[in-house]
Design a protein around this ligand. Structure first.
Ligand code: PAF
Length: 285
């Protein structure tokens, strides 16, 4: 595995592969890798001739009171994991390489980027869409891999690719979970042992939603209230976002939606965990 830190080196290194028609799979990450990231790499490895991973903790997507400075980092461990998984190129640029001067240009999704998580974290999806656009322009991948856990992020990237005609196939990869159902996340390391023990309440709430929907519940306002009450029964859980939306558009869920997505963001102390589940609504014929 080659470790590159400049845009020019990535372009120079990938150009002959692109010219000879080899496919390139891109796995953008912010590092501190876990098995969820390695599943993205595995999927990229099985479908592409070349795999490029990136590690860049992107300051643009963190708000002023968020965890940019304390975001966990372990470059040596990450490199060993990526090398073992058969990654060909790791692009790990310093901030000055990606943003040598303050940007005057941003990729901003006016509707999809400002609802839900975007409302709670203003500017977050502008930061994500802008850095992902840059990474796409740098690596020009055939396919790019993102986790479904960050459901709105995946929707934002798919929409950005569609709106701007970016020639990349965006692949969503199902959430990888620990044995007690907690979704793998770099932020899980922030949890105290007590908070970690409380964290499975998210996946239990998702199972509860699925069960109620399977039993025919279509009053999503009531279901949302029920899920909020379900979550706060866990004393360490402080729900920040509990929403049931149309899985395709992220607009309000309707009984006619083909599938809904339950989106959760729950604080445990200073740590905010996300989880989601897509639940199809069977047509009653
Ligand atoms: O999901 C992440 O790790 C980040 O938001 C991404 C897509 C790498 C952009 O910085």
């Amino acid at each position: 595995m080659e470790v590159l830190t400049t845009i020019a080196d990535v372009r120079r290194r990938l150009e002959p592969h692109r010219r000879s028609g080899r496919t390139i799979g891109l796995v953008p990450t912010m590092g501190f890798l876990h098995v969820g990231h390695m599943e993205l790499v595995r999927r990229a490895r099985e479908a592409n001739d070349m795999v490029v991973a990136t590690i860049f903790v992107n300051p643009l997507q963190f708000g002023p009171n968020e965890d940019f400075a304390r975001y966990p980092r372990d470059m040596d461990r990450d490199q060993a994991m990526l090398r073992d998984a058969g990654v060909d190129i790791l692009f790990a640029p310093p901030v000055e390489e990606m943003y040598p001067a303050p940007l005057d240009t941003a990729v901003d999704l006016q509707h999809l980027g400002s609802m839900l998580e975007g409302e709670r974290r203003p500017g977050h999806f502008r930061g994500v869409a802008t850095v992902v656009t840059k990474l796409f322009n740098i690596a020009q991948p055939t396919r790019a891999y993102f986790g479904e856990k960050d459901y709105q992020q995946l929707a934002v990237i798919r929409r950005m690719v569609r709106d701007l005609s970016v020639p990349v196939d965006v692949v969503g990869v199902p959430t990888v979970r620990e044995s007690d159902g907690v979704a793998c996340s770099s932020r899980n390391v922030y949890l105290s042992p007590e908070e970690r023990a409380a964290a499975p309440v998210l996946s239990r709430a998702l199972a509860e939603a699925e069960e109620r929907i399977a039993k025919g519940q279509r009053d999503f306002i009531r279901l949302r209230a029920h899920l909020e009450a379900f979550l706060v029964r866990e004393p360490l859980a402080d729900p920040d976002l509990v929403e049931i939306r149309d899985a395709a558009t992220l607009n309000e869920a309707r009984a006619e939606s083909e599938a809904v997505v339950v989106l959760l963001a729950v604080r445990f102390g200073r740590t905010r965990l996300l989880d989601q589940r897509v639940i199809p609504l069977p047509r009653s014929s």
